[in-house]
Design a protein around this ligand. Structure first.
Ligand code: TXA
Ligand code: MG
Length: 329
């Protein structure tokens, strides 16, 4: 039996299978099987009121989950599926509320990864799948990240190599009139504007207190190593202060280009990320996972530019930083 058939058999009997997508690895279970979905919450340590995304083989399956599919949803699915866009729509009455965190809406997406699509086609129905990491930790962008953190708890890990985007999907709610971005992500805002026209999209208040999107919790996406975001011109001075305190400090810098200004730093380990937002996003989580192994006391991340194209990256970096400050200070 090949590994996809093997995974499908496990999913049909209530198993939990980690699989690659073009964004990050997902932790999949049959979205119609409440016990299997409960296992996903338990494995992640995720509060049960935080809804999961239902992954589909194609847009044709959306009507099995959504009570209503507005014209805008059809347009977005046609243009961006398979791809890194999740749509929140009114849920059909028969969608298990354990998947939607008790809400009457459901999040749907068709991932653009050959292995994910093969799995979904062979399975034939929706797979509820959050990112395959412990709740609050950095999402996995390689099978190895999943094996290290959850390997002994899941029934199978499908290895599809490095995730193309390395950052979660963009989430858009189509519940009330104007499409609303609930989470910035791998699909750029400019692409949505292009599809919907100017004024065709609203940005949610990501700091709103009700965690409809757990990504909006401060301690989300946090690595183990404490991280601070520091403006380029303050890096040297901040590093000196921490070194004097006897801390083991490393610096995560943007490579030459947009945010790469030449500065003189004290001698300490430096790690580079590309100065282009998509490439930076692709490498960020893998780099944070890797840096955790070095057990530095503090990681100083050079602040990327404040610009819309860096929105998703700045969002995840800010959460990583705030999550850690909460834990350690
Ligand atoms: O790229 C991705 O979206 C990855 C891959 C595996 O597809 N998945 C992912 O899942 O990031 P997760 O569970 O880590 O984040 C999904 C987000 C959560 O923040 C959740 O609250 C939101 O989707 N969500 C799901 N259903 C929702 C709903 N009905 N209303 C609002 N937000 C919803
Ligand atoms: Mg997640």
């Amino acid at each position: 039996m090949n590994e996809i058939d093997c995974a499908v058999e496990k999913l049909r009997t209530g198993g939990v299978v980690a699989f690659p997508t073009e964004t990050v690895y997902g932790l999949g279970a049959d979205a119609r099987n409440e016990d299997a979905v409960r296992r996903v919450f338990a494995i992640k340590g995720r509060p049960t009121d935080h809804p999961l995304i239902v992954h589909l083989a194609s847009a044709a399956q959306a009507e099995e989950w959504a009570a209503e599919i507005p014209e805008t949803a059809h347009r977005l699915m046609e243009r961006f599926w398979p791809g890194p866009l999740t749509l929140v729509l009114p849920a059909r009455i028969d969608v298990p509320r354990v998947v939607t965190g008790g809400q009457d809406s459901v999040a749907l997406r068709t991932p653009n990864h050959p292995m994910a699509l093969a799995l979904l086609r062979a399975f034939g129905s929706g797979l509820a799948a959050p990112s395959a990491n412990h709740f609050g930790a950095v999402s996995p962008t390689k099978a190895e990240h999943v094996r290290t953190s959850l390997g002994d708890k899941v029934d199978q890990v499908l290895d599809g190599g490095l995730c193309h985007y390395g950052l979660e999907s963009t989430i858009v709610s189509l519940l009330d009139g104007c499409p609303q971005v609930l989470r910035p992500g791998a699909l750029p805002l400019a692409a949505l504007r292009d599809a919907l026209g100017d004024g065709g999209i609203e940005l949610a208040d990501l700091t709103a207190s009700i965690p409809r999107v757990p990504g909006a919790l401060v301690a989300h996406y946090a690595p183990v190593t404490m991280l601070e975001i520091v403006a380029t011109e303050n890096l040297a001075a901040r590093a000196e202060v921490l070194l004097v305190q006897g801390l083991r400090v490393a610096v995560l810098r943007c490579n030459q280009g947009l945010c790469g200004k030449s500065i003189l730093l004290p001698p300490l380990p430096q790690f580079l990320l590309p100065a282009q937002p998509e490439a930076y996003a692709r490498d960020l989580y893998a780099r944070l996972h890797q840096l955790d192994h070095f057990a530095f006391d503090r990681l100083l991340a050079e602040a990327p530019p404040i610009d819309e194209v860096w929105w998703a990256v700045n969002d995840r970096l800010a959460r990583a930083a705030r999550g850690l400050s909460r834990v350690s200070e």
